[in-house]
Structures are given as structure tokens and as C-alpha cells.
Design a protein around this ligand. Sequence first.
Ligand SMILES: NC(=O)c1ccc[n+]([C@@H]2O[C@H](COP(=O)([O-])OP(=O)(O)OC[C@H]3O[C@@H](n4cnc5c(N)ncnc54)[C@H](OP(=O)(O)O)[C@@H]3O)[C@@H](O)[C@H]2O)c1
Length: 279
Amino acid sequence: MTLTTYNQIAVPSFMYGTAWKKEATAKLVQLAVESGFAAIDTANQLIHYQEALVGEALQSLAQKSVKRESLFLQTKFTSADGQDHRTPYDPSADLTTQVNQSFASSLQHLHTDYLDSYVLHAPFSRRGLGAADWEVWAAMETLYRASKTKMIGVSNITASQLALLCQEAQVKPMMVQNRCFAVRAWDKEVRDICREHGIIYQGFSLLTANRDVLVEPEVFAIAQREGVGPAQVIFRFAMQVGMLPLTGTTKQQHMLEDLAAERITLSADEVQRIETIAL
Ligand SMILES: NC(=O)c1ccc[n+]([C@@H]2O[C@H](COP(=O)([O-])OP(=O)(O)OC[C@H]3O[C@@H](n4cnc5c(N)ncnc54)[C@H](OP(=O)(O)O)[C@@H]3O)[C@@H](O)[C@H]2O)c1
């Protein structure tokens, strides 16, 4: 299954996330692709991600005839605030140069000459969007217009910031990636804006941010009926409300289970119940 952005790019409906995998990153990315994931999320930020080891996995996969074009690669520009001393660009350079240097370094790490999706890891401003956000976004728009990335997106963004970005940007984001809490109706405000603009909403921490939901009797009952685990119910719920879920599992059994979530179906009532389960 695929989802389609407003600029008509098809995106796999489930994404494998590579945060916190450290030296196991290469092995796990290979395992994820061999298990059926076609979309990989990373970031050029050594505190949490090993982008170069994702690239190492891609090289090993290429030797096994897995073509670059068959994979959807997404990485991020992380501002100097989110980096340690290993900043992958000159932090004293202007922001446009920082984005361009970070992007070039990502292409090198991933052994590719284009990205499928390039994401601003987080706006600089906590409220609204400031000059730094607009400068970085403009640099990303330029990369998009030059066809160096098929889409651009933003992560860790509030509903009001996203509304502003959609209103003022020359190129609207095609992707939003946010942590998704059931207590906020699974980020419904942001998801609604995404739906209105044809933006794909990627949800992360669906399991880890919602441990209470996983043990709710209603979720458990659906899981029992379908012969699956509660994690699969949550991933399927996410898909049925139009989300693109991320999983960061480290186990092949869970990779296969997560992908199999597409094979179950929740009723409209069940979807609505889970959407409001923590309100
Ligand atoms: N933009 C951002 O700022 C940001 C922030 C955080 C994350 N992310 C992205 O999102 C990705 C995913 O992060 P996440 O927080 O959603 O996931 P995560 O915390 O990395 O992992 C998901 C958790 O769920 C478990 N799990 C997965 N499938 C399961 C199953 N079928 N049954 C039982 N347990 C299962 C995993 O355990 P096992 O390992 O035991 O399977 C793991 O503990 C990251 O790797 C990263 O790419 C982005």
C-alpha cells in the first residue's frame, strides 16, 4: 500500500525508524528491508542517529540487488541546538549554508544523489515561525525545486505553526512527522491540517507514548478477535485514520508483525473509539 502527497509522490504506508540503534543500525536496516519495509527514516544527527550506518546497510542491500529506487529514504536537517560537537556542517556559517552542507553530507552518508524526503527536524521557534525558520525553509524549498529531494517536510511542529507554514511558504510541506499522543486525540489538530492540504502525517512513538492504551480492554479485545497483538491494532488504527506510522523495533518478529497490521481491519466504530480513548 502507498499514500500519495499533494505533489503526487507515492510513499510506502509504513516506515522503519533508525533512531537509537547505534552500532546495530546497519544490521537492523538490512533486516527491516529484507522483512518488507521500503521506507527508512534517519537524521544527520549523531546524538540519536547513525546516518552513515544506514548508508552502509544500503550498500550491502545494493550488493543483493536491492535498488536505490525501490527504497524511500528520508533524512533530516537538525539545527546546531540539536547537535553535539559532531555537527555535520559549519555551525558558524549562515543557515542556508548549514542546510546545504548538511544535505550534501547526508547524500554522502547514504550513497545517493537524491533524497525522497528531507525534513526540518524541528522549528527553531517554540511559537510561531521566526526568521531562522523561514531561512531554513527557503533553503529546503531550493533543494526541492532543484529536484535534489522529491519532497520536503517538517517535524515536531504545532498546529498553529503548521497552519502558518502552509499559508506563507512558497512550497508547502508534503510531510509532517510528529510524536503522537492518544491524550491529544493522536495529534488530531495537526492531522486535520495535513488532511486539508494533502500533506502526509507520519506518527512516531505510537506505542511508546501510549503505553496505557496498549493495555485498554477494548484494544485487547480487538487484538484477540484478529489474532494479533495490541501493537498491531494501534498501527492499523493509525493507518485507518490516514497516518503513516513509524516503528523503531529491534526485533524481526516485531517487524513482520508491524507490517502485518495492514492485513487486519477495524470497524468505523472501533477507529472512532480508539481515536478518543484517552480524552
Ligand atoms: N522527528 C523526531 O524528533 C523523532 C523523535 C523520535 C523518533 N523519531 C523516529 O521515529 C522512529 C520510531 O520511534 P518510536 O518512538 O515510534 O519507536 P521506538 O520507541 O523506537 O520503538 C518502538 C517500541 O515499540 C516496540 N515494538 C515495536 N513493534 C512491536 C510489536 N509488534 N510488539 C511489541 N512491541 C513492539 C519496540 O520494541 P522491540 O524493539 O522490542 O520490538 C520499541 O520498544 C525513530 O526510530 C525515528 O526514526 C523521530
